[in-house]
Design a protein around this ligand. Sequence first.
Ligand code: HEC
Length: 140
Amino acid sequence: MKPYLLSSLLYLAGIGMVPALGAAESETAAPDAEASAVVAQPDVKHGAAIFATICSHCHHTDHTASAVGAPGLMDVLERHDEAWIDQWLQGPEAFSKRNEAARDLVASNPFGLIMPTLPEMQQERNRRDIIAYLKTLKSE
Ligand code: HEC
């Protein structure tokens, strides 16, 4: 009786673990095709650090536009999807030449400014981490 009970418990614990691990993996899996096993999980803290040193010069984290007309980034993931933001970050000017929403966004700047193409945003890892941080800017 006892060995049987023990092995049942181990079995239940085992199947309990499988869905939990599966869920964790699918949640952290990178969405794009070039993602491979070597691509680490997004680092929100690193994203927050990038924001503080670079983006915060022009962007607020609430809904208010800044003095240079940069939109507040609260709820930005509701305005654009990840793939759009990824391309925007890599090269706002280049992207605005081939994407209508990006073109409209640039045109809407009251000072005729365009977000600069930032050297730091040429690295996929940095874009991934900053997007993970932007996801935390949710008003609910
Ligand atoms: C020199 C100022 C400046 C810096 C630095 C800057 N941005 Fe921007 N950003 C802008 C402006 C201005 C716009 C509005 C579009 C335009 O005029 O180009 C914008 C637009 C955006 C948008 C689209 C927002 C929306 O509501 O549609 C996102 C997302 C964004 N920036 C993210 C970032 C991130 C992340 C960083 C840091 C890596 C950053 N920006 C750094 C000026 C800046």
